[in-house]
Write a protein that binds this ligand. Sequence first.
Ligand SMILES: CC(=O)N[C@H]1[C@@H](OP(=O)(O)OP(=O)(O)OC[C@H]2O[C@@H](n3ccc(=O)[nH]c3=O)[C@H](O)[C@@H]2O)O[C@H](CO)[C@@H](O)[C@@H]1O[C@H](C)C(=O)N[C@@H](C)C(=O)N[C@H](CCC(=O)O)C(=O)O
Ligand SMILES: Nc1ncnc2c1ncn2[C@@H]1O[C@H](COP(=O)(O)OP(=O)(O)OP(=O)(O)O)[C@@H](O)[C@H]1O
Ligand SMILES: N[C@H](CCC[C@H](N)C(=O)O)C(=O)O
Ligand SMILES: [Mg+2]
Length: 528
Amino acid sequence: MPLRDLTSRTRAGDRLRIDAPDPASGDVVVTGVSLDSRSVVPGDLYAALPGFHAHGADFAADALAAGAVAVLTDPAGRTRLRALDERAPSASVVPVLLADHPREVLGEVAATVYGHPSEALTVLGVTGTNGKTTTAYLIESALRARGQRTGLIGTVETRIGDERLDSERTTPEATDLHALLGVMRERGIDACVMEVSSHALALHRVDGVVYDVALFTNLSQDHLDFHATMEDYFAAKASLFTPARSRAAVVCVDDAWGARLARESSVPTVTFASAPARGVDWVVDEGEGGAFDLREVAGARVVSLVSHLPGHFNIANTALAALALLTLGLDVTQVEEALAVPPDVPGRMEVVAPGGPEGPRCIVDFAHTPDAVDAALRALRPSTRGRLIAVLGAGGDRDRSKRPAMGAAAARQADIVVVTDDNPRSEEPADIRAAVVAGARETVASGDARATEIIDGGSRSSAIAEAVAIAVLGAGSGDGVDTVVVLGKGHEKGQEIHGVKHPFDDREAVRAALGAALGAATSPGVGS
Ligand SMILES: CC(=O)N[C@H]1[C@@H](OP(=O)(O)OP(=O)(O)OC[C@H]2O[C@@H](n3ccc(=O)[nH]c3=O)[C@H](O)[C@@H]2O)O[C@H](CO)[C@@H](O)[C@@H]1O[C@H](C)C(=O)N[C@@H](C)C(=O)N[C@H](CCC(=O)O)C(=O)O
Ligand SMILES: Nc1ncnc2c1ncn2[C@@H]1O[C@H](COP(=O)(O)OP(=O)(O)OP(=O)(O)O)[C@@H](O)[C@H]1O
Ligand SMILES: N[C@H](CCC[C@H](N)C(=O)O)C(=O)O
Ligand SMILES: [Mg+2]
């Protein structure tokens, strides 16, 4: 169900009234807020925002026809509305609220219309380049294990108790966010865990929410199409760690950005590091098989935990979740018990085939930054007896500079790299693949790589088929079963090529490829 179909039914939105321009009519009662004319329902305030491509005021006629009762816009929008008045005089009867930068007031306006629902819930916000989804699921699963009614807002899905909706983006616009929190409040949700993207912080999508706990995972290259520099990207993330946006924070200081954030945070902040480091509050002592202790440096507390997901980085994600729960007031035993329940995180290190005598191990993961590609492949190396075969591409219409760096990271860590399409969006797929291949080949040529073979595998289904076939054919000839890891799309159910979204699921593609390759390998006549 589209989000707006659900949120437009909330009774929460009745808190804002505007004195009507025509004194003969009653107050204008605003019952909802929308910034997209296509999702306006009667009673909405339509936020006509200046965008990167268009001005929302150009769609005001549609919004009014759909029942918008007021408009929020900027001076340029008002000029456009006046032009509209001349063409459609009915437009002049709705009140127009003016702000120089309407996005900056929209969060507060939406919070007001829906009655500040975030104040009725415990709200946690996770930010960072990688690990937001995983950490949010860990916390949500732990709170549910404690018997709480939970909400989840993030890349994969939006959940209100047991109801699931597809997410349109990682962090919804303020209009949808406050409406969603209003629905959660109506349904008796206790706590909502959400991902807070840097786009959301820069575009004021979470204004009007003060998080009980803000969490930081890490920062590395991504989104340099949207943020001019890494410094700007950091500043967007850092704005979450201020009293206007959060009451307390947990920060992983494994990278220098985290250490800096901990110094600059202006809310009470707990820090941890995966290895002993100066001045941290908690430190990780790693054991065997994902078990680890989280030890308080200046105190006596020790939290004994297991990371249910592979990879050193998932120990960091689990530690972050544990410290957020402690910050919420749970005691050590409660945290240990709540995080002992294995979470179900779709498309993150998801095992599609476990590997064994019957075929290769196949894994689907959402790594789509250089750092995540590196981390995901490193995580799989110790448990890979044969070759580590990576399938990856890079998204179109997004940060171009990360493409060669992703290829380089794959070439450093994998034995065979099969480059393919991710979501090319409006770009030419072969051009994106060429940039990834170039980064990989350059790294091989420099001697700074492990991969001996870099293949341009073409379309995603043929690249997956090729990688799986290599692993199936190689079975028995090397040191053991190969691992095929398909990176970049994780839980995604579609692939956008030349602007058209086609159904595509890496997990299904892997199963199909395995079926075909194993069938071919066992059918009579093969190899004869
Ligand atoms: C860069 C960015 O975030 N852009 C967002 C921005 O788009 P824009 O300014 O280009 O919008 P525009 O096309 O110029 O339109 C101007 C206004 O007219 C409105 N409009 C437009 C057409 C129409 O028929 N009717 C109408 O009302 C639009 O809703 C908009 O408010 O405002 C739009 C309205 O809400 C957003 O949909 C859009 O997100 C786009 C789709 C997007 O792809 N965002 C991505 C990059 C994003 O936010 N990603 C992060 C993920 C990060 C992570 O996980 O690491 C996320 O949080 O999902
Ligand atoms: N703490 C971490 N450090 C480095 N890499 C990580 C970490 N956690 C997860 N990853 C890698 O990054 C990928 C994406 O993880 P996840 O979906 O949890 O991140 P995210 O921050 O929500 O990403 P997005 O911004 O795209 O929604 C994983 O599939 C994994 O390969
Ligand atoms: N939240 C991420 C998703 C990227 C997923 C990847 N499959 C791609 O299309 O680039 C982003 O907006 O950058
Ligand atoms: Mg995410």
